[in-house]
Design a protein around this ligand. Structure first.
Ligand code: HEC
Ligand code: HEC
Length: 300
């Protein structure tokens, strides 16, 4: 069979088309990753470099160094997860990054839960974790050496992730559960720890977990179960959404960090609806939480 110019052109055109499609797919993956990172997943809440006053340092997104301290035995520094080859994760393969996120193991054998909310991320879909990695490859590399983390409590790697697809967004409660549990790790902050340093599953979402942000700066997380008296059971859907995205309670009280309100503000209306629908279905727990003096003074 003789190859004609027309055939060659046809082959070239086909090649270009599939190349173009692949690029469109890559872009869709990166866009999804960006939405997740700017929105519900908010990895930057821990991984962005912060100034002394806790504000993010511009130009150091995902460059690490944020100090996470807990008297139960955590003295950790969030890692540099930019593509810098020396101080970041530029030389890691996609699989290595995915294993760190969903199973909490690094290629050099470190375990990173706690404090990184790996049990939540263990339920992340293959699509979403790949989207996060694709986006991380596109952020500017920042050279930033981060101090070594130290732990005196046992840490724990998670079993291999199943990577099951996320529930369909048309099933609001199930999809909301996926956002709350696998992406936004709401309960990892809103559940107190047992003395052994593991989340107390009998108090899921009941608040009262103390987060140490600095000397004399501690905040207490709120009860976000639908308990009518001590949780958010009597709040309207809009009340709950406003708290999540605007850091303000129905009575006008402001809400303290480190909840990533600014990220949650970027969530789509559908995703926020799903979160609220799911929160209404978790078991109500009677647990009255007292805000700390810092919270009352700095966020009245
Ligand atoms: C609650 C804070 C917190 C959140 C949220 C968090 N991380 Fe981490 N992460 C850490 C800390 C702290 C370390 C370093 C642990 C250590 O050095 O022992 C770490 C380590 C890592 C590592 C290993 C890098 C290395 O060089 O050791 C990767 C990769 C990573 N995080 C990615 C992510 C991604 C992606 C997200 C969002 C899906 C995320 N993290 C969310 C706190 C967090
Ligand atoms: C990094 C920790 C952290 C994460 C993650 C987090 N929160 Fe919070 N959240 C807090 C803290 C701390 C407060 C209390 C702030 C205050 O009272 O000043 C709070 C307060 C709230 C409140 C207000 C309740 C009340 O009674 O005042 C709601 C509602 C809430 N969070 C929902 C959520 C949801 C839903 C998610 C996940 C989409 C989430 N939070 C993720 C730390 C967190």
């Amino acid at each position: 069979m003789k190859t004609t110019v027309a055939m060659l052109l046809a082959v070239a055109a086909a090649g270009m088309m599939s190349g173009g499609q692949a690029m469109a797919q890559d872009q869709a993956l990166i866009d999804r990753g960006k939405y997740l990172m700017d929105g519900p997943v908010a990895c930057g809440n821990c991984h962005n470099t912060r100034a002394q006053d806790m504000s993010f340092v511009p130009g150091k997104e995902f460059a690490g160094g944020f100090h996470l301290f807990d008297p139960i035995g955590i003295d950790a520094y969030a890692a540099n997860i930019t593509p810098d080859p020396d101080t970041g994760i530029g030389t890691w393969t996609d699989e290595e990054i995915i294993t760190a996120i969903r199973e909490g193991k690094t290629p050099d054998g470190r375990i990173i839960f706690p404090p990184m909310p790996v049990p939540s991320y263990n339920g992340m879909s293959d699509d979403d974790v790949k989207a996060i990695v694709a986006y991380l490859r596109t952020v500017p590399a920042v050279h930033n050496e981060v101090p070594e983390s130290k732990y005196t409590i046992p840490q724990q790697a998670m079993p291999p992730a199943k990577g099951a697809p996320a529930p369909s967004p048309s099933d609001k409660v199930a999809y909301g559960g996926y956002i709350v549990n696998a992406l936004a790790h709401c309960f990892e902050c809103h559940t107190p720890f047992t003395p052994e340093g593991m989340p107390d599953m009998t108090k899921l979402g009941a608040g009262g977990f103390e987060i140490v942000l600095g000397p004399d700066v501690t905040v207490m997380t709120a009860n976000i179960t639908p308990h009518p008296g001590t949780g958010i059971g009597s709040w309207s859907d809009d009340d709950i959404k406003k708290a999540i995205t605007d850091a303000v309670r129905p009575d006008g009280t402001k809400l303290a960090p480190p909840m990533p309100y600014a990220n949650f503000h970027n969530m789509t209306a559908e995703d926020l609806d799903a979160v609220v629908a799911y929160l209404r279905t978790v078991p109500p727990i009677d647990n009255k939480v007292e805000r700390t003096e810092f919270q009352k003074k700095a966020f009245p």
